[in-house]
Design a protein around this ligand. Structure first.
Ligand SMILES: [Zn+2]
Length: 268
């Protein structure tokens, strides 16, 4: 059985702000890279205990060079760096049995959500798919669903995990912290997170055979609200983008691959 891990950073244990990442040589940033790698390793361990024969990991945060390959479980393969045509779901194909979204965060505008944003905090106010607000995790998991791959396990702060588990029915969740504000949280100890990830990844691998992938209806309509009218001016240059409001553009695509790539261009 083949499994895919997309790992973001904001939902990793011990992380509550981007400040520690400003200096990539700072000890606190290195500590979070170690913790991120350990969380991924715990999930890989559990997946293999649950029957995995192959695991592909996609580093999905920032410049996408966060994971420490020397410390990564040697059974896994790693996609690192950016840009990538499919960004946080690069390398995901229909022959995978399940996808894991680890270290994820809530969408922009979430009340009490650690580092709430949707792809770009400076550019994007909100994204809707077929009229419904979607987070990064919702979008990435929908991409997986369009390939017939179910989301089997999610992790991150409580608000992110709760909403993703509602979206991806039957997926399991590991909560690393409970937000008290955008940059404040009650944290669970990393060792507890590693153990829970291992146990739930094992269970999730076994569940993967009967979970139903989630995918939005097609044609798919994506509306993007930008933070400024100037950014919307720029986005509306793309011929496929219809401006439907001062800060809103709309794209309609016949299938997910095209929709996703158009969206990735527009959020940049
Ligand atoms: Zn991130």
């Amino acid at each position: 059985m083949k499994f895919y891990i997309s790992v973001d950073w904001e939902g990793i244990s011990g992380v509550v702000s981007w400040e520690i990442q400003d200096d990539i040589k700072s000890p606190s940033y290195m500590e979070t890279r170690h913790r991120m790698t350990k969380e991924v390793n715990a999930a890989i361990e559990g997946l293999y205990e649950g029957g995995a024969t192959y695991v592909l990991v996609n580093d999905s945060h920032g410049n996408m060079t966060n994971l420490l390959i020397d410390d990564l479980d040697s059974r896994a393969e790693l996609i690192m760096g950016s840009p990538k045509p499919f960004s946080m779901v690069e390398g995901l194909t229909s022959d995978f049995n399940g996808a894991l979204l680890l270290g994820y965060h809530p969408s922009a505008g979430t009340y009490h959500g650690i580092m709430d944003h949707t792809y770009s905090g400076s550019s994007i106010y909100k994204i809707r798919v077929n009229g419904e607000p979607f987070s990064e995790g919702d979008l990435n998991g929908s991409f997986a669903g369009s390939l017939g791959v179910p989301v089997i396990l999610v992790s991150g702060d409580k608000s992110a995990v709760d909403s993703l588990m509602l979206r991806f029915k039957g997926s399991l969740g590991v909560i690393s912290k409970v937000a008290l504000g955008r940059n404040t949280a009650r944290l669970y100890h990393p060792t507890k997170i590693y153990e829970e990830l291992r146990k739930k990844a094992k269970e999730a691998a076994k569940n993967s055979t009967y979970l139903k992938p989630f995918c939005p209806d097609f044609p798919i309509t994506i509306e993007i609200d930008y933070t400024t009218t100037q950014k919307t001016d720029i986005a509306s240059i793309l011929p496929e983008a219809e401006r439907i409001g001062p800060r809103t553009i709309k794209i309609v695509s016949p299938e997910m691959q095209t929709a996703f790539r158009r969206m990735l261009v527009l959020i940049r």
